[in-house]
Design a protein. Structure first.
Ligand code: C2O
Ligand code: CU
Length: 556
């Protein structure tokens, strides 16, 4: 196994990711940052210099379970103190499992400023390493990182969300594919020729054109590792004229499913196989479209070129329109279509849970602010990271007096109306018995505007089996019988669809303190998350480098 060393300067730079200049948080001057490539079993060491001058940071390795290194999870307030301006922090962890993962800022809403990138772990094919080969083949692979992008800063967005009344930044100005896009006001993409609108007829800056996704050699099969780190948007990704075979989700092999287009939520990754089997004399559009929220952002396009063509030549066809933004059925169907590949080789699902949590997701007004709450509790990160206060027995560093509610009044609650009660803001923790089997059912509702959104929930430190997606209100007495215990897919991020519920099961076998939250940057900022602790007494000696804030300042 190898050790991969990286040294990163995190700093603001002027960038024109969508042809409009704006400050971005960069890694060694780039946004997105470099793709980290490693092989299963390798160690990744990243030394981070915070050169943001007036802003803290922290970097999370999304999908890496951090077994034996819970302090390297990078979640500010949970596993570490923020990295202060001028300071240096080193992350060191083992990538124990092949798959497509990410890294991104995990401090306030900093991810919206562009601090992110991909982390690809290849499967080790050393025969005596005992690792099974992947259940599919391909010629080459490429990464596709999808993002959304605003022209307003992190602070304009975050302060707006905390204001009374709330000032929402609105839909993104652009979508980015591998960090590049072309800003075009949405109404211009709708009426490209007739409007006479000055905003639409403004000449584009030089060099501003749809990027080339990659150049394909006819008949070759490409593995595209597609990931979404959007801050808000759910997406649909498609390549004109080419179907895609989904073979991996969040680092787990799935039974191959052929799709025309891929629905992908923030925090999810998929590998899809694409065969270059179309007319090679022309190029094709790849496109990313907003779904699940009323579309108000021009879809992003990139060019799939065939070798021997000009890689920048625009395809002869009109840009793809994408699916209807509000076709929930198609999205739920794709979610349900995923099943584990070759189930003889995977960890069997424990037949029943030791503990079951039923978590109601609501939008609430609390103390003059709009918040998201789980069973009435909106999460606020404590000044002292949970990992430090729990491991070192610091009293009063978080709300340890009252455990958060395990369920809600599901018999009488109306998920079609905004909550009547206010809720509270707290930094509470669910304490899980080490090694226990935990079920979590997420229940969606309508928000204060009477609409129900899609929430992609991400669990740190574990993968879970996705046991079911249901419509309406989950009934523990009857719906548990519908759980798929035969061939459920394992993931680390799962969609909670509008007015529906999603059931997951995991084994609490990773000593540490772990965040479970909606991956929409604004939602977790407004409290949409919970914290799990398991076996914190089994965690090894905490590195001093994660301390230095809150009550951890005085620790020896
Ligand atoms: Cu990718 Cu806690 O997030
Ligand atoms: Cu959400």
């Amino acid at each position: 196994a190898k050790v991969h060393h990286y040294t990163w300067d995190i700093a603001y730079h002027y960038k024109s990711l969508d042809c409009v200049e704006k400050l971005a948080v960069t890694i060694n001057g780039e946004s997105p940052g470099p793709t980290i490539h490693a092989t299963q079993g390798d160690t990744v060491v990243v030394t981070v210099h915070n050169k943001l001058e007036t802003e803290n940071t922290g970097i999370h390795w999304h999908g890496i379970r951090q077994i034996g290194s819970p302090w390297a999870d990078g979640t500010v307030g949970v596993t570490q103190c923020p990295i202060l301006p001028g300071d240096t922090f080193t992350y060191r962890f083992v990538v124990d499992r092949p798959g497509t993962y990410f890294y991104h800022a995990h401090y306030g809403m900093q991810r919206v400023a562009g601090l992110d990138g991909m982390l690809v772990v290849s499967s080790s094919s050393v025969p005596d390493g005992g690792v099974a080969a992947e259940p599919f083949t391909y010629d080459e692979e490429r990464t596709v990182l999808l993002m959304d992008w605003w022209h307003k800063s992190v602070y304009e967005q975050a302060v707006g969300l905390a204001s009374d009344p709330l000032r929402f930044v609105g839909e993104p100005q652009s979508l980015l594919i591998n960090g590049r896009g072309v800003f075009e006001p949405f109404h211009c993409s709708r009426a490209p020729n007739g409007s006479g609108d000055a905003a639409c007829n403004r000449p584009r800056p030089a060099g501003c054109a749809p990027p080339t996704l990659f150049t394909a050699v006819p008949r070759k099969t490409y593995r595209l590792r597609v990931g979404s780190l959007t801050s808000l948007s759910a997406l649909n990704f498609a390549i004109e004229g080419h179907s895609m075979t989904v073979v991996e989700a969040d680092g787990h092999y799935v039974r191959p499913v052929v799709v025309d287009s891929l629905y992908i939520y923030s925090g999810e990754s998929y590998s899809v196989l694409v065969e270059a089997d179309q007319d090679p004399s022309r190029n094709y559009w790849a496109a990313s479209h907003v779904v699940a929220r009323e579309r108000n952002t021009t879809s992003a396009v990139a060019i799939l070129s065939y070798a021997s063509n000009d890689p920048r030549a625009a395809p002869p066809t009109p840009r793809p329109e994408g699916p209807a933004w509000d076709d929930v059925t198609a999205r739920v169907e794709q979610s349900r279509s995923l099943a584990v590949a070759h189930r003889d080789h995977v960890q069997p699902v424990p037949p029943r849970p030791d503990r079951a949590l039923l978590l109601l997701n609501t939008q609430n007004r609390i103390g003059g602010h709009t918040k998201w709450a789980i069973n009435g509790v909106s999460l606020a990160f404590p000044a002292t990271p949970y990992l430090v206060s729990m491991k070192r027995g610091l009293r009063g560093a978080y709300d340890d007096a009252r455990p958060p509610p395990e369920t809600y009044d599901y018999r009488s609650y109306d998920i079609g109306r905004p909550p009547a009660a206010n809720g509270t803001v707290a930094s509470a923790v669910y304490r899980l018995a080490l090694g226990s089997v935990v079920d979590v059912v997420l229940q969606n509702t309508v928000a204060l505007n009477n609409k129900s959104e899609t929430h992609p929930w991400h669990l740190h430190g574990h993968d879970f089996w996705v046991l079911a997606y249901g419509d309406g209100k989950f009934d523990p007495e009857t719906d548990t019988a519908r759980f798929n215990l035969r061939d459920p897919v394992m993931k680390n991020t799962v969609a909670l669809h509008p007015k529906g519920w999603t059931a997951v099961r995991f084994v609490a076998d990773n000593p540490g303190v772990w965040l479970f939250h909606c991956h929409i940057e604004a939602h977790v900022y407004m409290g949409m998350g919970v914290v799990f602790e398991e076996g914190v007494d089994k965690v090894g000696r905490l590195p001093k480098s994660i301390m230095g804030c809150g009550r951890s300042r005085t620790l020896p």
